[in-house]
Design a protein around this ligand. Structure first.
Ligand code: UGY
Ligand code: MN
Length: 263
């Protein structure tokens, strides 16, 4: 990159010497600040920059990308494939049309679950760019009907506290404990001073997007500083622990594969 192209986001502090990189890719986890993720353009999207965070090429069993949808952009035409999808609007607004539900406007903190194989379109009819986090993955069937489509928003989701951990709350964006789902999408929030009760090491993998604040993440044996808009992939059995830093609540959106046996 030419030094002239190096832009520091407002409110961000120059991270040490030029060329210093908070990003890291290890066998079983990765940390990716947004500025290092390059643009992709896909045939089924127009006026849309796709920045892939997780993908099978990384070792993940799902794909996640930030879609930057310009006004007038989005899916070229309604389409479907065998995958299930989750969308979460980070900024701006989109019109999401899922077959059977009809068009609905999703604004910041709006989200949707699209069952495997369901046709949909996502378009930006507004005047500013929409930033939408999109996750897709194959659905693992256990002989039950797949779940129905969901369109909702964060403010409609209850905050719950698991494990009696003071200052840490969960928002389950998909119905918690419903075995038809093979994934969870949760928002975990941490008040200043809160932390995990223990270092977790579990079979499930995670895709994590920092929605608010900042903090320190233990991944395997190393600590990493993470900020709003960063992405983390944690593979199965990656030891993990987080505590927030700064004076505000920190929150992240977390994908987790659940409810399925191992073979
Ligand atoms: O649900 C979880 O596994 C969660 N506690 N993990 C995490 O936040 N890294
Ligand atoms: Mn975890």
């Amino acid at each position: 990159m030419h030094p002239r192209d190096f832009k520091i986001k407002p409110g961000r502090i120059m991270p040490g010497a030029f060329g210093h990189n908070r990003g890291v890719v290890q066998r079983n986890y990765a940390v990716m600040p947004p500025e290092g993720i390059m643009d992709s353009y896909l045939p089924n999207y127009e006026n849309t920059i796709v920045r892939f965070q997780a993908a099978p090429a990384l070792g993940a069993r799902f794909a996640q990308a930030m879609l930057h949808i310009a006004p007038g952009g989005g899916t070229v035409q309604p389409f479907s494939d065998p995958l299930q999808r989750f969308f979460y609007v980070i900024g701006g607004a989109v019109e999401l049309d899922i077959d059977g539900l009809g068009p609905q406007t999703l604004e910041a903190d709006g989200f949707a679950y699209i069952p495997p194989g369901r046709r949909f379109s996502i378009r930006n009819h507004g005047s500013e760019e929409a930033r939408v986090l999109g996750l897709k993955k194959p659905y693992v069937s256990i002989g039950l009907e797949p779940p129905e489509a969901i369109v909702s928003q964060r403010s409609a989701v209850e905050k719950v506290n698991h494990n009696n951990t003071e200052g840490r709350t969960w928002e389950h964006l998909l119905p918690f404990g419903d075995l038809r789902f093979d994934m969870e999408m949760n928002i975990l929030s941490f008040a200043p001073g809160a932390h995990f009760p223990d270092v977790e090491t579990h079979i499930m993998e995670h895709g994590l997007f920092m929605l608010e604040g900042q903090g320190m993440y233990l991944l395997d044996t190393d600590w990493h500083e993470v900020w709003q808009d960063d992405f983390i992939w944690m593979g199965p059995y990656c030891p993990q622990l987080f505590y927030p830093t700064g004076w505000t609540t920190s929150a992240y959106l977390l994908y987790k594969d659940v409810n399925r046996d191992v073979t």
